[in-house]
Design a protein around this ligand. Structure first.
Ligand code: GLU
Length: 471
């Protein structure tokens, strides 16, 4: 066990954004690979924006992704007293001061600063008499940003330098005594023993403020590492405008946890070789902080879909079946009882589907394994169903009925023989037969599909199609 302590610190004010999930995954991979400790802190200080359902969504999402923690979650709101004490100490030691300006006064000060093209100058050094005169007015605690530079060695970005003149004196406690994000984070990171903060570049501008607070409080400054932003395909920051952005949306759309984990790990981290498909424990093994990238990552849903298919193939077939059964039951194609009675046969279906699935959503288009089609895809029919098709299908029916056994090899043999006799390519039999059997033009290889459906079903469906399509 190393003595590194990391934390993931979500604010439960909405859905579980893929960017936050990626931060959680990087922290998890770091903790697992380097044997560090990972803690969870729920940043619920902003009571107006906090919601219980958002917290639940985040916890469910973490659980689904397999990100776990080494201790029970810490709730930031439980630490309010410590936040206030830290602010009081900063006032006592001259690192912070009370601000009494009203909203209108602040506005005027900001406007003036704009005109003079400089930072706002707050009243840092009120005399005791001035303070007394303000007695009774609401007041904030404001940090006195020191002169100089704030420098840190970022674990991902290398040396970072901020001129403190760029940072305005910032509020630590609001008039109601509630702490502002930067103060709460510093106090909590210190209390939790956090010594490495891995988070996204969104927080880069907070880091100098947090370091100044650590220093003013004479506390040890943690190390920081800021990963890249996640951008949409158009190069702007990923947002709802680009489509689904939360873990629950992807989960509902039939993406696998392993694929989501794998995909997000690759957004801003690279293994140093060409590999892209990783099982979870491989990722833990090959992860390194050096592999975390500085260049922004583009969220590419097509690639996620591809990766989901690849992850689908890595699973044992009964895992695929276990995911499929509830979908088939929900579609009304199976009952619970049938699902267990017919498990062997269903396993064969899952085997046929596994190489072709992209997402679990695709399973909603596999009704042809269970019910005879009522409708036939018009486009496929136009392309594949010609005037001479019915007589060819009749011949197929005859040959299928004559087969001694209804295995994939026999079905293929009879189809190829018949197409040879008719002097046409086998595909001229295969496509119309698939349409007649399934009502659609896609699916697994026809011969294996027919073997799974069985002779009785195939013959019945072909005869029905002759009536419907023939007319
Ligand atoms: N609660 C912050 C957020 O969700 C993260 C705080 C941090 O990592 O310092 O953006």
């Amino acid at each position: 066990m190393s003595d590194t302590v990391l934390r993931f610190a979500p604010s439960p004010t909405g859905g579980f954004h893929v960017g936050n999930a990626r931060t959680a995954i990087f922290n998890h991979l770091y903790a697992e690979h380097y044997k560090a400790k990972l803690l969870l802190r729920v940043e619920d200080t902003d009571r107006e924006r906090f919601t219980e359902s958002s917290l639940q969504t985040i916890l469910d999402g973490l659980n689904w992704l397999g990100v776990d923690f080494d201790a029970e979650p810490v709730f930031q709101s439980d630490n309010a007293e410590a936040h206030k004490q830290a602010a009081a100490r900063l006032v006592e030691t001259g690192h912070a001061y009370y601000g009494y300006e009203t909203a209108e006064e602040l506005d005027a000060m900001r406007r003036q600063a704009q005109v003079e093209k400089r930072r706002v100058r707050y009243n840092r050094d009120l005399t005791p008499e001035q303070q007394a005169a303000y007695e009774g007015r609401p007041r904030v605690v404001r940090f006195k940003v020191p002169v100089g530079e704030t420098v840190w060695h970022d674990r991902i970005r290398g040396v970072q330098r901020w001129d403190n003149a760029e940072v305005e004196d910032f509020v630590l406690l609001r008039p109601d005594g509630s702490p502002v994000y930067n103060l709460a984070v510093v106090v909590d990171d210190r209390d939790m023993g956090v010594n490495l903060v891995l988070r996204s570049a969104d927080h880069l501008s907070n880091t100098p403020k947090q370091i100044m607070l650590f220093e003013a409080l004479s506390w040890m400054v943690p190390e920081y590492g800021h990963s890249t932003l996640i951008l949409g395909p158009d190069g702007s920051k990923l947002s709802k405008r680009h489509g689904a952005t939360t873990i629950s949306e992807y989960r509902e759309r039939g993406f696998l946890s392993d694929a989501m984990f794998n995909y997000l790990a690759l957004l801003g981290w690279a293994p140093g070789d060409e590999r892209e498909v990783f099982a979870r424990d491989e990722l833990v093994e090959v992860f390194s902080v050096e592999g975390l990238l500085k260049r922004d990552a583009i969220f590419d849903e097509k690639k996620l879909v591809w990766l989901n298919g690849e992850q689908m193939r890595l699973r044992p077939v009964d895992a695929v079946l276990d995911d499929a059964v509830p979908i088939w039951i929900a579609e009304g194609w199976l009952t619970e009882a049938e699902a267990s009675e017919r498990r062997d046969e269903l396993m064969k279906i899952a085997e046929l589907l596994q190489p072709r699935l992209h997402t679990l959503e695709d399973l909603k288009h596999t009704g042809y394994f269970f019910v005879d089609p009522d409708v036939y895809d018009a486009k496929t029919a136009k392309k594949n169903w010609k005037t001479d098709t019915p007589e060819r299908v009749e011949l197929m029916i005859e040959r299928l009925q004559d087969l001694d056994s209804f295995g994939e090899g026999e079905i293929e043999g009879v189809t190829r023989t018949l197409s040879g006799e008719l002097g046409i390519s086998a595909s001229r039999l295969i496509h119309p037969t698939r349409l007649a059997l399934c009502g659609v033009g896609f699916g697994p290889g026809l011969f294996e599909l027919m073997a799974v459906l069985g002779r009785e079903t195939c013959v019945r469906r072909l005869k029905k199609a002759l009536e419907v399509l023939g007319s």
